[in-house]
Every structure is written in structure tokens, then in C-alpha cells.
Design a protein around this ligand. Structure first.
Ligand SMILES: Nc1ncnc2c1ncn2[C@@H]1O[C@H](COP(=O)(O)OP(=O)(O)OP(=O)(O)O)[C@@H](O)[C@H]1O
Length: 251
């Protein structure tokens, strides 16, 4: 079975202005297919706004292409249907529904009623596969509200997988997680990136050092530095912004 087509994200001269304040100021970003790109920077650097622009939540000028498709100018739902999926800092799962029901609903977003009707009564293959990928196979029948914090984040990632997202934009996925949950999340990102492209906004420098394949540092709406973890850490401009490389900024 062949996996989904791997595409990269190419952003050019991205600008977002709020009432005269320029939050994103001419950002260029090349995230190659299958990358795990970490987007870091101090509070207010523009990280979330870049993701908001790419997913259609805020208006932007410039260009953001995923594969050969321009994303800017399309509405949120259309962008999602092009295979762009995101998570927010707070997991948004349906707490009273089971894990499988949450995944089923996410899968249903791209399925016809006929396909759904045909599948009633058994777990669809893609839902079973996602359950395994996110490590929740034995939790399928539990209400999502009963899951631990980390498991809810994984369920949300699973919901993106079954909805055929091929570019995952994750906003602080390990915030509030235990050490073990962070390890499991890193392993999940590595698995997911085999046939998808991943962008992670994160403040956790230890997590970044272990799982980033490449890093973009934003500062005051612009790209300050880009490269491997080692390259970015060695960049004096980054050290200046962070007042010492090893300390993560306050979230
Ligand atoms: N809807 C909005 N209206 C006005 N200003 C906004 C809006 N959204 C974001 N901003 C401003 O744009 C700038 C960039 O914000 P953004 O949330 O993208 O930063 P960030 O790098 O994600 O920060 P953090 O790490 O704190 O989440 C900030 O100065 C913020 O106050």
C-alpha cells in the first residue's frame, strides 16, 4: 500500500498586520517533504500567527504553497481539505465521545455518507491504523475525557491522520506533558513524518534538541536564523535573543 503523497511547505514574503501592527514581517520558509521543522522564538515572535496564516485563520499577503497548491486566499475548510491539519495549545477533542468515535468523526469529514453507512458497526481500517500509531489501541472504547493530558494530544494528532492531513502544524504539543509522554510524542512525530511533513511550535528546548530535524527561529515577525539544531544554537544572534542558549523562554 502506498502512503500519502509527500509534499513540502514553501512560504514567501508572508506578512500579517493587525490594525497597523506587523506581526509577521516578510517570512520565507522552506519545509521540505518529511521534515520535522521546529519553529521557535520568544513570546510574540509571530510563530502562531504564521501557522494561523497558513491555515487560513488570519489574512496574510505573500505566498504559502503546499506542494503545488497556493493556500493563501482560501478559506479554512478548503485549506484543511488540501491536507493541512493543525492542533492548538489546548487539545480539542470531544470529551464525552469515545476515542474511536472521535477518530470516526475526523475520518468522516472526508468520507461520503455511503462509505460511513457501509462501515457502521466496525472500526474502519484507517481508524484502527491511527489508534495503533498513537498508541491508544486499548483505549478505543473509553471516553476521550477520561484520557490523560498527553493521550488527548495524541488523539488529536490521530484525528489529523485519519482526516488525511499531509502537513501537520502542531502548537506546543508537549506543553504540560510528563517526561515519558514527551518521549512518546517525539517517537510519534518520527513515525508520522515518514509520510507527512511536520511543523512544531515549541518552547521546550530539550524536546527540540532530541527531535527537531531542522529549526527556524523567529524574532519580531522575521526569520532570525535557520538550520540544524547545532547551527541555530551556535548562531550568536539566537544566543542574544534567548540570553543564553540553554534556557527556554517563558511560555
Ligand atoms: N488577533 C490579534 N490581534 C492583534 N494582535 C495580535 C493578534 N494575534 C497576535 N497578535 C500579536 O502578534 C504578535 C505575534 O503573536 P503570536 O501569537 O504569533 O506570537 P508567538 O510567537 O506565537 O508567541 P507565543 O510564544 O507567546 O505564543 C504578538 O505581538 C501578538 O500580541
Amino acid at each position: 500500500m502506498t502512503g500519502p503523497q509527500l509534499d513540502g511547505l514553501c512560504v514567501r514574503d508572508l506578512r500579517v498586520t493587525f490594525d497597523g501592527f506587523t506581526a509577521v514581517d516578510g517570512v520565507d520558509l522552506d519545509v521540505p517533504p518529511g521534515d520535522i521543522r521546529f519553529l521557535i522564538g520568544p513570546n510574540g515572535a509571530g510563530k502562531t500567527t504564521v501557522v494561523d496564516a497558513v491555515t487560513g485563520l488570519v489574512r496574510a499577503t505573500g505566498s504559502a504553497r503546499f506542494g503545488d497548491r497556493e493556500l493563501l486566499g482560501r478559506d479554512v475548510h478548503r485549506i484543511a481539505r488540501l491536507g493541512i491539519g493543525r492542533t492548538f495549545q489546548t487539545a480539542s477533542v470531544f470529551e464525552e465521545l469515545t476515542v474511536v468515535q472521535n477518530l470516526d468523526i475526523a475520518a468522516g469529514a472526508t468520507r461520503s455518507w455511503w462509505t460511513l453507512a457501509r462501515r457502521r458497526g466496525r472500526i474502519p481500517d484507517e481508524v484502527a491504523a491511527a489508534l495503533e500509531t498513537i498508541g491508544l489501541t486499548d483505549r478505543g472504547d473509553q471516553p476521550a475525557g477520561a484520557l490523560a493530558h498527553g493521550q488527548k494530544q495524541w488523539l488529536e494528532i490521530g484525528m489529523l491522520l485519519v482526516s488525511d492531513a499531509r502537513l501537520l502544524l502542531l502548537d506546543e504539543p508537549v506543553a504540560g506533558m510528563s517526561h515519558e509522554e514527551r518521549d512518546a510524542t517525539g517517537a510519534l512525530l518520527e513515525t508520522v513524518s515518514r509520510d507527512r511533513t511536520v511543523v512544531v511550535i515549541e518552547h521546550d528546548m530539550d524536546f527540540l534538541r532530541r527531535f527537531a530535524r531542522s529549526v527556524t527561529v523567529l524574532h519580531a515577525g522575521k526569520v532570525l536564523s535557520e538550520g540544524t539544531v547545532a547551527e541555530v544554537q551556535a548562531d550568536p544572534r539566537v544566543q542574544e535573543v534567548y540570553l543564553g542558549v540553554d534556557t527556554a523562554p517563558e511560555a
